[in-house]
Design a protein around this ligand. Structure first.
Ligand code: NOJ
Ligand code: CA
Length: 920
């Protein structure tokens, strides 16, 4: 099956999961506890981060002795967080942002405060109520089951005074295990599951699922009865709902873990626990073996199933699925203080585990995002939050999210003593430094790096769906593998060493293809039959896609549909996000005027938007900010409008003018670049003619008419000039010429300043007279020039095109007569210009009769213009002293211009047709 065909049902394969507790994210009412209202306010943050799925830790009423995994009521929310109706709102709001939400189905045990347990202890022995839990009057049973919370518990049995019997618990003694041999318990679980799926949640993490049943002479884990029950659960979900996910938490060795997929009829996903500590081992041992070995030991899984992989979560870094020697090693290298150990694991967040080493944090995330499975990020790790193991149990990794450097890290306005847990004030990780706001402001921050990683992963389905094949270079410090899905192959190389490394990879089967580095889109030298040498920086990494040397023909992408009631909806929530992330980058790349085509666009944002009502139409005039991976951001103007499919003019609108399909007020049509609308073009003229001002929020759009008034007249006929230019030109009545600027600066526009000065101050005749302009201004910011209107000069084109044609003609003629050198005086080099006297009659003839006189005229006019400009007393037009420094800096900038041009040429060299390639 192709990716697109099963995109919806297999969404979890392409997901990026973000694990978070409502109480830890954002406190909206200042009681010190994060809540749903707060969470709603931070959804935009998650959307911006780029994750696709939110995993919410337990939020039910609970005594909170196991942070909510001790549930006292399955059907409501802990009132500190909110209520069901707010929860449903969260689901709606998340879905509106294309975010899925999964929650916790904790069914192995309840809190001892759950009414079922309170009822059971009082019920008669053997009654269905008593049998909701597992009871016995001695403790000899199930002795092979080991103890999980070794730091707090000494037995899996605890005595209950009221019942006068022992009850069974695999975790804390206040968490009695439910008895799955009781059909009533099984039915309760289906009811709970049904209830939450009806609220719209997209799936569940099944907590502690290997322990549902108990049988004598077994370790009471992974029993056939447990798998039977999971099949029943899955059937129920499939019969009643669509596209829901069951994610098992089965902390087991790979062969036991895969059993939770069944034959594709149990859980869709399962955590790959054993790979996690091995990633940490591999970077400490500087050897790939722990990773390759565990993947080799992992059986294939049914095709619709998927692993979930993670680096850290809300629990200790568990070391249950490693050998004793490996555990000793992990403790030795990853804990500096004994207190960091808890149960069978280490209670640290990602950054402290990796000693806050940015390269290692990146490398580990690169592994997380490229090994097979769906990555799960633990909240706060995207900004490198610290921890505090003095807080007891696992609370040290559950502290409030750090939003900014204000009180309580911006998490809550409560008295700091009142917070559910204190914020991190450790000098190295203190919230004043490590917080979202600081990192959003700095494009080099970890947060920005994570955003780029996430967005890159989302572009290549092979990460979520591809096969894995390891390469086996002799340098064992290098982990290299390919991920292949359909026709796409990705090559991932990771240097596990803290020193630079060289590695030769056998890529023979890709000979002739080119590794293109994903983040820069830089093609590396083509692959040959011989081994390919890569060098990697300390803990460096590469993500390549293996591509054909020929340029990929971009597939004719069908237009995206945006669900809007009216154009202004484009500025809101999810629609705006779709417009910014999907529609605009794609559209920009197809326009002539967009200058960033050689760059990798990281994101596009609408920075200033102003709705315009003109006659019966609505338009949106926008300025966009384009952020590149490795280039300065740029701003562009893009007016948007709507044309209905029924409109007779819509036939004349070219495909390149269309951004998306929309149906405002139910009328189907297209979102277009408004310069293709004649009404919009009229509007621009009228803005200037009437010197109008339009205000919207803090934005002002202002038309300005020159002293050389445009005579009041009927609405002029307009047309769009369809030429190859970096701006857009509109002609009115063949008398006026309007230049709509595309790339803009919020500083003075020299084009406008010069034209205006020459025509208004100097009456300089040889520049098309200035007639007016339009400015867009956000309060407190510099105005941006959107358009300039000039008198139209009848012309046969512009000098640039004219000259180019002339040279082409000359070359054609000259070449047809043999060697070009023949026209060139022997002693002259190509870089020293000839004077016109030096030209032979033959050359003059080939250039054409007017060539020289026109050049002379151009020179004369240019000189006159300079004279006019320098005659001004305005400081902007004063000649600048051409100092040695100025000369040097000019040299430097020309050099770098030259270098960039050559670099660009080199980059695209192998995309050029053969015959051009060697010349280039
Ligand atoms: C697994 C959860 O991840 C952990 O936090 C919890 O303590 C145990 N289940 C017991 O509920
Ligand atoms: Ca609160």
């Amino acid at each position: 099956m192709k990716y697109s065909e099963n995109k919806e049902t297999l969404w979890y394969k392409d997901a990026i999961i973000y694990e978070v507790h409502i109480k830890s994210f954002y406190d909206s009412n200042g009681d010190g506890i994060g809540d749903l209202e707060g969470f709603l306010q931070k959804l935009d943050y998650l959307q911006d981060l780029g994750i696709t799925t939110i995993w919410l830790l337990p939020f039910y009423p609970s005594p909170l002795r196991d942070d909510g995994y001790d549930i006292a009521d399955y059907y409501s929310l802990n009132p500190d967080y909110g209520n069901i109706s707010l929860f449903k709102k969260l689901i709606r709001e998340a879905h509106a942002r294309d975010l899925k939400v999964i929650t916790e189905l904790v069914i192995n045990h309840t809190s001892d405060q759950h009414p079922w347990f309170q009822r059971a202890r009082k019920a008669t022995v053997g009654s269905p109520e008593r049998n909701y839990y597992v009871w016995i009057d001695h403790t000899d049973k199930y002795k092979e089951a080991w103890i999980i919370f070794t730091d707090t518990e000494t037995s899996n049995w605890s005595w209950d005074e009221e019942a006068q019997m022992y009850y069974w618990h695999r975790f804390f003694s206040h968490q009695p295990d439910l008895n799955f041999d009781n059909p009533l318990v099984q039915q309760e679980v289906l009811n709970i599951l049904h209830f939450w799926l009806e609220t719209g949640v997209d799936g569940f993490r099944l907590d502690a699922v290997p322990y549902l049943f108990e049988r004598e002479d077994t370790n009471c884990e992974n029993l056939p009865e447990t798998h039977q029950f999971l099949k029943k659960l899955r059937r129920y979900v499939d019969d009643h709902f669509e596209n829901k996910l069951l994610l098992a938490e089965a902390n087991m060795w790979p062969e036991d873990s895969v059993a939770y997929f069944g034959d594709g009829d149990e859980c869709h996903m399962n955590f790959h626990f054993p790979i996690m500590p091995r990633m940490f081992m591999a970077v400490k041992m500087e050897n790939r073996y722990p990773i390759t070995d565990i993947i080799d030991q992992t059986p294939d899984i049914p095709s619709d199933c998927q692993w979930a992989i993670f680096l850290r979560n809300h629990d200790e870094l568990t070391l249950e699925m490693v050998t004793d020697e490996e555990r000793d090693y992990m403790y030795r290298v990853y804990t500096k203080e004994a207190r960091a150990k808890i149960n069978v694991g280490i209670r640290h967040r990602l950054a402290p585990l990796l000693e806050n080493n940015r390269s290692l944090i990146e490398l580990m995330n690169v592994l997380l995002f490229s090994l097979p499975g769906t990555p799960v990020i633990y909240y706060g790790d995207e900004i490198g939050m610290g921890d505090n193991f003095y807080l007891g149990d696992r609370d040290g990794v559950r502290t409030p999210m750090q939003w900014n450097s204000n009180k309580n890290a911006g998490f809550s306005t409560a008295n700091p003593h009142k917070l559910y847990l204190p914020v991190i004030i450790d000098p190295e990780y203190r919230y004043e430094n490590i917080n979202v706001e600081n990192q959003q402001r700095n494009p080099s921050s970890l947060l920005w790096w994570m955003k780029r990683l996430i967005s890159m992963r989302k572009k290549y389905p092979a990460f979520g769906r591809g096969d894995i094949e390891f390469l086996t270079p002799s340098n064992a410090k290098i982990l290299a593998f390919t991920r292949t899905y359909n026709e796409d192959t990705l090559l991932i190389i990771a240097n596990l060493s803290r020193f630079p490394q060289a590695v030769e990879l056998d890529l023979e089967k890709y000979a002739g293809l080119v590794p293109v580095e994903l983040f820069s889109r830089n093609p590396f030298p083509p692959i040959k039959e011989a081994p390919y040498l890569f060098t990697l920086a300390s803990n460096g990494y590469f993500w390549f896609s293996i591509e054909s040397a020929k340029e990929k023909v971009p597939s004719e992408m069908p237009l995206i549909h945006l669900e809007v009631e009216n154009l202004e909806n484009l500025l809101e929530g999810n629609i705006r996000n779709k417009l910014e992330s999907l529609v605009l980058p794609h559209y920009l790349l197809g326009t002539r005027w967009f200058g960033g085509k050689g760059q990798t666009i990281q994101s596009v944002h609408l920075s200033t938007s102003i709705p315009i009502r003109f006659k019966s139409q609505i338009f949106l005039l926008n300025s966009l900010r384009v952020i590149y991976n490795d280039y300065m951001p740029e701003d562009y103007i893009l007016p948007l409008g709507f044309v209905s499919a029924d409109d007779k003019d819509s036939q004349t609108i070219p495909l390149k003018a269309k951004l998306a399909t929309i149906d405002p007020e139910g009328i189907p049509g297209w979102l277009i670049d408004a310069v293709y609308s004649s009404e919009f073009r009229s509007f621009l003229f009228r803005m200037i003619q009437d010197s109008s001002i339009i205000r919207y929020k803090s934005i002002e759009l202002k038309g300005d008419q020159s002293q050389n008034m445009i005579p009041d007249q009927q609405e002029p006929k307009n047309r769009l000039m369809d030429t190859d230019q970096s701006n857009t030109s509109i002609i009115y009545d063949e008398k006026y010429f309007l230049k709509l600027y595309r790339k803009i600066d919020a500083i003075i526009n020299p084009d406008l300043e010069i034209v205006r000065f020459l025509s208004e101050e100097k009456n300089f005749e040889n520049v098309p007279e200035y007639k007016g302009s339009i400015h867009l201004q956000e309060k407190g910011q510099q105005p941006m020039v959107v358009a300039m209107l000039q008198r139209m000069v009848e012309n046969q084109g512009e000098a640039f095109g004219f000259t180019k044609d002339m040279i082409e003609r000359f070359l054609d003629n000259a070449m047809s007569q043999g060697d070009l050198k023949h026209f060139w005086p022997e002693e002259k080099s190509l870089t020293i210009p000839l004077t016109d006297e030096e030209l032979t009659d033959e050359v003059n003839e080939l250039l054409g009769p007017q060539a020289l006189s026109l050049m002379a005229l151009l020179g004369q006019r240019t000189a006159e213009m300079h004279l006019a400009l320098t005659s001004s007393t305005q400081p902007e037009f004063q000649p600048e002293y051409f100092s040695k420094h100025y000369q040097r800096s000019l040299y430097s900038s020309l050099r770098s211009l030259n270098r960039t041009a050559m670099d660009n040429l080199k980059r695209i060299l192998h995309y050029l047709p053969e015959e051009l390639n060697h010349r280039a």
